[in-house]
Every structure is written in C-alpha cells, then in structure tokens.
Design a protein. Structure first.
Length: 199
C-alpha cells in the first residue's frame, strides 16, 4: 500500500509553536513549504490540509486541529472519507525515548504512552507508519511529562533540529517513494550507525 497521507501531530495555536510536542507540525509544514503547498482549513475533518503532488503522485498533508489527544478523530474521518486504509498513512510525532534529533521509523507497537498515538490506535487501528523524532528525555525524573513535552526547545536545540531538517525531509520522501521496508532499513540503520542507543 502506497503512502497517500502524511500527518504531523501537534497542538494548534501560536502558544504551542516550538514546543517538543509540536515537532510533527513543524516537519509537515516544512514538507509543504518544500513542495510549494498552501494550507486550507477543513472544518469537517477538524484539520488543516495541503494537497500536493510528489513525483506525479497525489499526496495529502495533514495537521489535525483537534489538539494532540484527539488526533485520531481527525485522521479517522479523513481516511474514511477518502476510503483509505491505515497503511496509507504516515504519522510524524515526538518521542522522548529517542535522543534529541534522532529519527526512527516503525510500523507496529503500542502507543508508548503517547496520547496522540493512543487516539490513532483507537480511531484508525494499527498499520499506519510512525516516523518518530527524538525530543530528548525529561531533565529530571520528577518533572511532569506534560510539562516537559509542552516546554519550548532551547535556542541550541532549535539550531540542532534546523540542521537536521533537510535529512528529515529526505527521509520522509524516501518513505513516500519507496515504502515502509526500504525506508526503515535505511533510516534506522543510519541512526544506529551514529552509536546512539537503538531502542
């Protein structure tokens, strides 16, 4: 099944821009910019949509506006409307178990404590691809998880992510062009070769 929908997860509004939880929004916005796409609000889907073509194939870029914890409601409605399966969807989101800037692609697994993914599993089912971007671990174990993921990146962290952005976009295009397995082999092998933990 080829990828037709690329969704970035996050929370709508300027208040949440540059927060760790909104890395998915940031990446899908950069992808839309690279492909020259404009965003359009679609109230029926509770989302911002951008329709583009990549190598001649139609592609739908999505930013759910439901807030993170109800992302599945928006994406479920989109997949049902376009009669698409979960396998046609790749979701970009933050992962606190990965080192800052690292990326990883997977096709299965639990929600890992991520409420956006929990909502997707409930509303869409399993089978969608997960493109996870590391936002680092909590600085203190006692820190509330919600406080951490809703915190903004430091200038140094933003600089590191900006440097990684061309690589993220290249990897997303690889997923769309080649599909899950070839992309997974390359993306996960490349990051493992950087002597980072491969969890």
């Amino acid at each position: 099944m080829s990828i037709t929908v690329v969704a970035g997860l996050g929370n709508p509004g300027l208040k949440y821009r540059n927060t760790r939880h909104n890395i998915g929004f940031a990446l899908v916005e950069k992808l839309a910019g690279k492909l020259g796409a404009g965003w359009k609000t679609e109230a029926r889907f509770e989302a911002q949509l951008a329709q583009v073509r990549l190598n001649g194939r139609p592609l739908l870029l999505v930013q759910p506006t439901t807030f993170m914890n109800a992302s599945g409601r928006s994406l479920g409605a989109i997949l049902r409307y376009y009669k698409l399966s979960a396998e046609s969807l790749v979701v970009i989101y933050d992962d606190i178990t990965l080192d800052l800037g690292r990326s990883k692609l997977s096709a299965q697994g639990s929600d890992g404590g991520h409420n956006g993914i929990k909502s997707l599993l409930e509303q869409v089912g399993s089978g969608f691809l997960r493109y996870r971007v590391g936002v680092g671990a909590k600085p203190h174990k006692a820190m509330d998880l919600a406080d951490f993921v809703l915190s903004t990146f430091t200038p140094d962290e933003l600089s590191l992510l900006a440097n990684r952005m061309p690589s993220y976009l290249e990897q997303l295009q690889l997923i769309i062009d080649k599909g899950a397995e070839p992309a997974m082999n390359l993306i996960n092998q490349r990051t493992a070769n950087q002597h980072e933990r491969n969890d």
